[in-house]
Design a protein around this ligand. Sequence first.
Ligand code: SAM
Length: 443
Amino acid sequence: MVDSQVLPTSIIEMVYSARRQVLLILACVAWIEFAIHFSPQIEKFAHDTLAYRSGVSEDIVPVTYGPEDEHSRLLQTLERSNGKWDSSHPRHRLLTALYGFTKYKDGSQSDINRWKDLYKKVPKRQKLLLESAVDYPRKLESISRLLDVNVELASSIADYGLRFYNISQIELDEFIKEAEAQGKRIDKTSVTQGMKHFVRDWAEDGHEERLKTFQCILNSLEQEVRTIDAPLRVLLPGAGLGRLAHEIANLGGFKVTMNEWSAYMNLAYRFLASRPEQNSVSFHPYTDWWSHHATTADLKRSVTFPDQVADASSVVHVEGDFTTVFSGSTGQYDIIVTLFFIDTARNLVSYIENIHRLLRPGGRWINLGPLMYGTGPFVQLSLDEIVALSTRVGFKFRETNADFGEVTVPGLEVRGSEIAYGRNPRGLNKNAFQAQYWEAVKL
Ligand SMILES: C[S@@+](CC[C@H](N)C(=O)[O-])C[C@H]1O[C@@H](n2cnc3c(N)ncnc32)[C@H](O)[C@@H]1O
């Protein structure tokens, strides 16, 4: 123990200052870990910072090619020799996500153990009451078994991913061993979110949400003059699990490219797009969150997907960061659709400039989504500021019909409507966004 009485003041100050700095660093690390865990935007922020350092080259996407060519390009991008090997390398990010899906059992098991431990805190008399009234221990056991079904799904996603991305089990096992030796844990939230998007995009439970969300976009695109021989080129950045991209492709006369940065989403999409049969997979998406359920049967219910088979050959899926992966595609798209995407930007100005650059003159930007900024964006603009900035960049907002909703700000060609995102249709909570819809033409 240091006796502060006998030390000169400057040494005491140095000790206290060093201690303050260590505490500050520990606090920052804890905050960043928390934020990365709970916010995709922050995960992106961390990714951007790391990507800047590693200098991995994402080969530029040619425009007139199909899913097969994109698969070859992707495998090249994933080569270890492509750029510096660190946590922002595409293969490293993919292996990290594969680790998450492979070891999902650890995460879900720790949840159930925690709930069991918490139940132990209930006094004995109340336990007897709970057991006779609702058989709470049985609920814990049965949900533990249902979580195993989700674990199996996660493991199938990883297995398919290994084949799709041509990665050996040995390589993944070694990666996991090394990660665990360094004390790393899986990102359970990202795995859960990836799988929950099966409900939003590809299950009957998401039908109503999709109907309300997609309809105005599909109606607008349907009116475009186009032919099968000369299809219009549509790009959807931040496409998640791609249902809207596939719906647009189903309209006919559109050559659709979807893009997604998250390796978790990409693994889930690749698995989904490989399912040859309708409603052939089931899982229990609501078992990890016990709030807002009217009945325990609702909480436990299974959801099947895909409600429609996704034709993987009808959409080109380009993995990677939207702001860099299309650097060679200036003026190549007729339409860009951003769905619940623009507020994921670390730099919103870059997103808007990139959308403008990728469109041909006269091309159209269709946006639908909220303005829910993450924790680390460079700028956070209100709707009126986004319109002013986009106009300055070179867009003209055009009139849209009132089907979507009322004009949000008088004088601005933007409409708002209450739209849910990932809502449990039988849940007791009704969280929704006042999502904003606009169409803007590149001048
Ligand atoms: C809120 S989600 C919306 C997903 C989908 N559009 C939907 O409506 O279900 C935003 C998506 O954008 C992706 N994303 C974020 N930054 C990105 C970037 N720079 N390039 C490509 N995708 C990105 C995220 O991984 C996430 O899947």
